[in-house]
Ligand binder design. Structure first.
Ligand SMILES: Nc1nc2c(ncn2[C@@H]2O[C@H](COP(=O)(O)OP(=O)(O)OP(=O)(O)O)[C@@H](O)[C@H]2O)c(=O)[nH]1
Ligand SMILES: [Mg+2]
Length: 536
């Protein structure tokens, strides 16, 4: 049988809220706060959960039993007035009645239990019972099904079940098989009253009690108190009252203890909650990005991009007669295995960060964690520092991927390169035509043949103009385009630097700043959960 947690009563709610705040806090504290503090908080949380299962301010006790056993009579005797009708006609009680001792509002609890008939008992008469909610249930063996359903519903939800048995039906199978036997092992929530003992001779009474104890033992309810009582003569009622008072005060004490435990836990978990962080500073963030960009070999890469640009420009637009020389020059981009189509999967052949670069990254990480944790109390600076260095070992690898995946425009050919290339080709043709023409004239002259008419411009023959003009124009064009390619190379290098920086920035965000910010928000959330644990 399960005893459901009662959520409605005023102070239960407070304790339940504090406990759920403790669960939230524990979720965040594991792996961050001192493990001893966390273990203690977990112990209290487990104990408190157990306690709250049984409710809080009020102790709900139900009088259950077969029809005519005297539940309503015992109920009235305890409440001190005729609250529940006692009848000759069976069954008498159809819906549950409640008597509430003390001034704490049991309204929400009884609403939840759905017991509309309520009677307030002045706890002044019996202060020890303050907080007791006594329920008189319909008969569990009723011929009326709705009586049984009502009784079953409440039997599930109370703190303590007082079984009121009578000398005729104390061994009734219904009560024992359906209710008592399944409670085996839960003896602490059961209590048995053998009512109407005034009807028995002392011998019969002893026999009856012995028999009842034997049955309970056999059911696994050894040790459950059995009180001989009589609602008519009042015998045994004071024992019952004392037992109820004991349960009420045990519960009150346990809850007070629990509240105090929660205070302690809130205090020890909350020692780190005195300060607040201002978040990750702009300067430290930029410092880290700079250090990482440097460690990624950005300088070398950007250099290579610039030289690659010049080299390709020379190959595309250089003077055709000397262009082959540029093909002999090594391509630095290829040497670093920078590719025209960027892919994170292909490693570059950069050497990786040097000792100095690593040291610079470490110091940027330290600056960042010091600044982000400034103002936080122990152990949070350590927690934040751990977050900054969690991926430290993978950084070189991640940086290499960042470089390999950056679009560095290796292999991009601006359209004007092609135009200049075609021009250079035409000029080279002009030079060749001039050269061949002159060569033909030379051969003719050598053979002493008559010189064919050669067009002239001014005094200079056309083939000479073609040869010399072509050479001069080609060289000039090569010079101008080389100068323009230099400008382009610097721009392309600047773009490459920006793209590298962007990628390194997002890497810094993922690998360092994000984790730090997660710790900082864990700090805020944890401290607000702890504040809720501490709220009384
Ligand atoms: N002699 C004697 N009679 C009792 C005692 N307690 C109850 N009775 C009588 O037993 C009968 C049934 O009592 P109730 O208190 O109505 O019994 P109940 O268990 O509430 O019955 P239901 O409401 O029908 O489930 C009444 O006539 C009571 O007067 C007792 O201790 N001694
Ligand atoms: Mg009754």
């Amino acid at each position: 049988m399960t005893l459901t947690v009662r959520r409605r009563s005023g102070r239960t709610r407070a304790l339940a809220d504090r406990l759920s705040a403790l669960d939230d806090a524990l979720e965040l504290a594991r792996g961050r706060l001192d493990s001893g503090v966390v273990a203690e908080a977990e112990r209290v949380a487990a104990k408190a959960g157990e306690r709250l299962r049984l409710g809080d301010t009020h102790t709900v006790v139900a009088l259950a039993g077969a029809t005519g056993s005297g539940k309503s009579s015992v109920f009235n005797a305890l409440a001190g007035s005729q609250v529940s009708q006692v009848g000759m006609r069976r069954p008498t009680t159809g819906v549950a009645h409640a008597a509430v001792w003390g001034s704490d509002d049991a309204g929400p609890l009884l609403d939840w239990l759905d017991v509309p008939r309520r009677h307030a008992v002045d706890a002044g008469a019996d202060a020890a019972l303050d907080g007791l909610v006594l329920l008189d249930l319909p008969d569990v063996d009723s011929v009326e099904e709705r009586h049984r359903l009502e009784a079953d519903r409440l039997v599930e939800r109370v703190d303590l079940l007082v079984w009121v048995l009578d000398p005729q039906k104390y061994a009734d199978a219904v009560v024992h098989d359906r209710y008592l036997a399944p409670l085996a092992g839960h003896g602490d929530v059961v209590f048995v009253v053998l009512n109407q003992v005034d009807r028995l001779s002392s011998a019969a009474r002893a026999g009856c009690l012995a028999d009842l104890s034997r049955i309970l033992d056999a059911e696994g309810l050894r040790g459950v108190p059995v009180v001989p009582a009589s609602a008519r003569t009042g015998e045994g009622l004071s024992v019952l009252r004392t037992e109820l008072a004991r349960r009420v005060s045990a519960k009150r004490a346990a809850n007070a203890r629990l509240a105090a435990d929660l205070d302690d836990v809130a205090e020890s978990m909350g020692v780190g909650c005195t300060g607040a962080s201002e978040g990750v500073g702009r300067r430290e963030r930029e410092g880290l990005v700079d250090a990482l960009t440097d460690a990624a070999g950005a300088e070398q890469v950007v250099n290579a991009v610039e030289r690659n640009h010049r080299l390709r420009a020379a190959q595309a637009m250089g003077w055709p007669f000397t262009r082959w020389v540029s093909r002999l020059r090594p391509d630095p981009a290829r040497r670093l295995r920078l590719r025209a189509t960027p892919s994170e999967l292909v490693r570059t052949s950069l050497a990786g960060p040097s000792g100095v670069q690593r040291a610079r990254v470490d110091s940027a990480l330290r600056d960042l964690s010091d600044q982000a944790a400034a103002g936080l109390a122990e152990p949070w600076p350590d927690v934040v520092r751990a977050a900054t260095t969690r991926q430290r070992a993978e950084l070189p690898d991640l940086l290499d991927r960042a470089v390999a995946g950056a679009d560095l425009e290796i292999g991009r050919r601006p359209r004007w390169w092609r135009v200049v290339g075609v021009l250079q080709f035409l000029l080279a043709l002009v030079v060749l035509v001039g050269l061949l023409w002159l060569a033909a004239l030379f051969v003719i002259a050598w053979l002493q043949l008559p010189r064919p008419p050669t067009p002239e411009i001014g005094v200079v023959p056309l083939p000479t103009i073609l040869l010399l003009g072509g050479i001069v124009a080609g060289l000039l064009l090569a010079l101008v385009s080389r100068w323009m390619a230099g400008v382009g190379a610097r721009r392309s290098a600047a773009r490459a630097r920006r793209r590298l920086e962007e990628r390194v920035r997002s890497l810094a965000e993922d690998a360092v700043i994000g984790p730090v910010q997660r710790e900082l928000s864990a700090h805020t959330e944890l401290c607000s959960a702890i504040a809720r644990v501490a709220a009384r």
